[in-house]
Each structure stands twice: as C-alpha cells, then as structure tokens.
Write a protein that binds this ligand. Structure first.
Ligand code: VGL
Ligand code: ZN
Length: 216
C-alpha cells in the first residue's frame, strides 16, 4: 500500500460491478465459492467512485449456455456452439426469476446503469461489452466512451469468466483496465482461473487489490 501509488477515482473513472446476483451467491444455481465475500469490498469501493455501472447476467429460459438445452450433456462440460467453444452451465440467471436479481446486500444507490447481457437465446455473454460470438455489442463501450471515461475498474463474479472477459474487453476497447482481485471470486473449474489470468495479463489488464483505491 505504501510502495505503490494510491489511485484516487475521479470523473474519468468508472467501477463496473459484475454479476453480483443471487444465482452466483451461496445457495444459488451457479454458486461461486465464497462469492458473498465480494459484497463488503465492493460496497467499500463503490463509495470511492462517483461513477458505478452494474452488469446483470440475464438469460431467457432454454438458453444455449445451459446444459439442460443439450440432451445428454452435463453442467461444466465443454461443447461447441456456432461461434466456438462454450462451457455448459446449470440453468442460472433466468430473466425475471429471484436468482437473477442483483443482491440486495449491494449498497450502491448511486449506480448509474445496469447493463444486462446474455439475453440472446443462442449466444452467451460473459463480457459486459461483447457477446461470446465476439461480434454482438451490448452497447457498453459506446456508453462509457460517450460518458468520457478513460479507466475501467472491474470487480465481482466470477473472476475467471465474467469479470475477466469484461476487463479484457475494456482493455480491447482502449480503456485503461483494472481487475480488482480481492473484490472478485472465481469459479475455477478445470484450470479456468489460471487460463483467465494469462488472458487478462496478455490483454494488458492490470491486477490490483482494493487497497490501491483511495477510500472516500
Ligand atoms: C458467469 C458463467 C455463466 C459469470 C455467467 O458471471 O461469471 N459465469 N454465466
Ligand atoms: Zn450466464
């Protein structure tokens, strides 16, 4: 904390809180181990950011990323969809269900946007920016650029999927991109966390702890 310079969030900085939804929290359909540990650091961080955006995984029933949509396949198996490789998941974050709700433990009344993703039946979207076909945009890049943000700070669930892909796409879109690791938790299935870390490092995403952010 004393070695590295503190970051003081300002008007060019936005905190992106990824998928803190009941289905990813303990007891949820796709519970991330220790997932509820992100809530306290995120609430603390959010107080230091004037600008906060939330993402919300938001699938229709029968979504292509659900194992239940592929007869004979099981959750956490890999498959190929039209756009490439896809991990198959338990049914989760179905539009309008309690599991898809954002956690009420989040204390971020000043959040300015909730961006939903994964609503196209045939395409998954880990990233808050671009769907898994790597072509279809959610509109988040245009929104953040029009707002004049230059640095994007990502935290939430899960580190190795939606947080990593969101941070990677933020870097690809030209933002200075940060992944706040202690305010995120991973699924870590089949080496996914190590793989994601290689990918976000290669993309130029900077890994930081929440202690780098000066508290408000
Ligand atoms: C996520 C798997 C499937 C995530 C979303 O939020 O990381 N992971 N859908
Ligand atoms: Zn999902």
């Amino acid at each position: 904390m004393t070695e590295q310079q503190q970051i003081r969030p300002g008007d060019a900085d936005v905190l992106v809180v990824v998928d803190v939804q009941y289905d990813f929290l303990p007891g949820g359909a796709l519970a991330v181990p220790d997932g509820d540990a992100v809530v306290a650091p995120i609430n603390r961080l959010a107080k230091a950011f004037r600008h906060v955006v939330l993402t919300q995984d938001w699938h229709p029933k029968g979504h292509a990323s659900f194992a239940s949509s592929h007869p004979g396949r099981k959750p956490f198996e890999a498959t190929e969809l039209a756009y490439g490789p896809q991990v198959l998941w338990p049914d989760h974050c179905i539009q309008g269900t309690p599991g898809a709700d954002l956690s009420r433990a989040l204390d971020i009344p000043h959040a300015q946007l909730v961006i939903r993703k994964g609503y196209n039946a045939d395409i998954d979207s880990y990233s808050g920016f671009k769907e898994a076909d790597r072509k279809t945009s959610t509109g988040l890049e245009g929104y953040l650029k029009e707002r004049g943000f230059r640095r994007v700070f990502c935290a939430g669930l899960a580190t190795d999927f939606c947080v990593a892909w969101t941070a990677i796409d933020a870097a690809g879109a030209g933002f200075e991109s940060y992944l706040i690791e202690d305010a995120s938790r991973a699924i870590d299935a089949g080496g996914s966390l190590a793989r994601a870390r290689r990918d976000w490092n290669a993309a130029g995403v900077r890994t930081i702890g929440s202690d780098r952010i000066r508290q408000a």
